[in-house]
Design a protein. Structure first.
Length: 83
């Protein structure tokens, strides 16, 4: 996942969320890896803490967190807003 700007943060947050290492590609369906509603919220909190951001309630949609690529797109948008 090196081609993603936030690939390391996403992978580390998923490891902490799922409690196990998983093989990730940019288009890996995270639901197939066991990302349920509780883990979904946990992932958001971990990303917010790691990146010192606050993800708006309007962006807390499964569509934004379904793959590492989609998470990266969302995080890039927040990075641009912070500049």
């Amino acid at each position: 996942m090196e081609e993603l700007k936030y690939g390391r943060e996403i992978a580390a947050s998923l490891l902490d969320t799922l409690g196990r290492e998983v093989a990730l590609e940019v288009d890996t369906d995270l639901l197939d890896l066991g990302l349920d509603s509780i883990n979904f919220v946990r992932l958001i909190v971990l990303l917010e803490e790691r990146l010192s951001i606050r993800i708006a309630d309007d962006d807390v949609l499964l569509a934004h967190f379904s793959t590492p690529a989609r998470i990266d797109q969302l995080l890039n948008r927040y990075a641009k807003q912070a500049q």
